[in-house]
Design a protein around this ligand. Structure first.
Ligand code: UD1
Length: 430
């Protein structure tokens, strides 16, 4: 039993260092096996999902050497197995990036088929459509995706939906296909660009990442590189909304402000002051927040991964707000938890109405998924009294030292593992 115990009421104030982007890291680690030379990856976030990906890579025979908490060396020359077991895909869906990486390099990959997850059904038809367009035979047998081909050949491909995962997965395979691949209607997220930059630093020839069309000229082999992962825009945004909800003053350090545009624009809409520096952003919330309308969209739109965090801030804003979730169908579960803290919320289909209240009150709540879990912690930090967050294993999948970083900003939050520690926390804060 691991829980966060939170005593709300302190505005969060200070500076917080943002780590490397988890979602970029997961794809880059998979791509790192595509050369037989040694790759060094830096600014790696030390979070559970990344550690599971490293285990998956090591399980198929790659050499994985942790240089320090945020740096790893990978050598894919010793890979002897092209099969990723269900255990990994069950823990992190992103282990499906090994499909594109193994198929590109060895023209053969077997990865257990991912199921749905807490935020929705999450089909992967676009990934498979891309591999097939490159000439691979793709079959689903005994719960596994088996993709293989004598030769992958360049193709012209139009994705039916804008998908981060499909864009990256097919881009990896196409990087080592014969000839030119043109992919249209691709995702433009910063981590798509980061993975393209990483592959290019290994000798791939990928142009246009960050626009709607990516053009890839396949190469025969890739080579060694040293690469530093971009900062995590979602971790940064989470701390910025923690500042907003607690009427605080937080500067997120080591970020790329451009990646945060949609989030910053919403923070300004709801009444925060925002100051941008070269690699930092300060968010100050003074009075009561204002209501707004928000719709999640692919980048550069407002990110679905920042939806629960703004939801919590809006639960405390003056007036009625609406949120439309257009990416995943099941991302409002946290609202029922928030209602237990006194929020006035109503979710119907893919939209939610939130009537702001003056104050939330502490309660025992469960993290339904990673981002929603972080959002409920923000709610606890803003609420009156003690909040207990269960199922924090979700939060640990994607936030490094989350409670420590919040504590360094003045938040009263501790991880407890048993009733005795919980009791100690209660005594300390009472
Ligand atoms: C990635 C992120 C996740 C983020 C999401 C959207 C990682 C590891 N995860 O997830 O945190 O919330 O982008 O920014 O990077 N779809 C299909 N068919 C497909 C693929 C996707 O219909 O083959 C649909 C999905 O159901 C969803 C939409 O496309 O409605 C976008 O999903 P996608 O961008 O693929 O998300 P992920 O890559 O899974």
């Amino acid at each position: 039993m691991e829980q966060y115990m939170i005593k709300g009421g302190n505005p969060l104030v200070g500076e917080v260092e943002i780590g490397g982007a988890k979602n970029a890291a997961l794809a880059i680690l998979a791509a790192a096996i595509m050369t037989d030379e040694t790759v060094l990856v830096d600014n790696l976030p030390d979070v559970n999902d990344v550690n599971v990906m490293l285990e998956a890579i090591s399980e198929i025979g790659a050499m994985v050497q942790r240089v320090d908490r945020h740096t790893v060396k990978i050598n894919g020359s010793t890979i002897s197995d092209f099969n990723i077991e269900y255990d990994y895909i069950k823990k992190i869906r992103a282990s499906y990036y090994l499909l594109g990486a193994l198929l590109g390099k060895y023209k053969h990959a077997e990865v257990a088929l991912p199921g749905g997850c807490n935020i929705g059904s999450r089909p992967i038809d676009q990934h498979l459509k891309g591999f097939r367009a490159l000439g691979a035979d793709v079959d689903i047998e005994y719960g596994k995706i088996v993709a293989e081909s004598e030769h992958l050949r360049g193709t012209h491909l139009y994705f039916d939906v804008v998908s981060v995962g499909a864009t990256i997965n097919v881009m990896m395979a196409a990087a080592m296909a014969d000839g030119v691949t043109i992919m249209e209607n691709v995702a433009k997220e910063p981590h798509v660009v980061d993975v393209a930059n990483f592959l290019n630093s290994m000798g791939a020839n990928i142009r246009g990442a960050g626009t709607d069309i990516i053009r890839i000229r396949g190469v025969q082999s890739l080579h060694r590189t040293e690469y530093s992962i971009i900062p995590d825009q979602i971790e940064a945004g989470t701390f910025m909304f923690a500042a907003a909800a607690t009427k605080g003053d937080v500067t997120v350090m080591n970020v790329i402000p451009k990646h945060l545009d949609a989030t910053l624009s919403k923070l300004i809409d709801i009444g925060c002051e925002v100051e941008e520096f070269d690699d930092a952003v300060r968010v100050v919330a003074k009075g009561r927040l204002r209501s707004t309308q928000v719709k999640t969209l692919p980048y550069p739109g407002y990110p679905t991964d920042m939806q629960p965090q703004i939801g919590v801030a809006l639960a405390l804003a003056r007036g009625t707000s609406t949120i439309t979730e257009s990416i995943f169908e099941n991302r409002f579960k946290y609202l029922a938890e928030l209602a237990r803290m006194g929020a006035r919320v109503k979710a119907e289909g893919n939209s939610a109405t939130i009537e702001g209240v003056d104050i939330l009150s502490g309660a025992r709540v469960s993290a339904p998924d990673l981002r929603a879990g972080a959002a409920l912690c923000i709610a606890g930090l803003a609420a009156d009294g003690i909040t207990i967050v269960d199922d924090i294993v979700y939060i640990q999948r994607g936030y490094e030292r989350f409670e420590e970083k919040l504590r360094s900003l003045g938040g009263v939050i501790e991880k407890v593992t048993n009733e005795k520690e919980a009791q100690k926390f209660r005594l300390k804060v009472s």
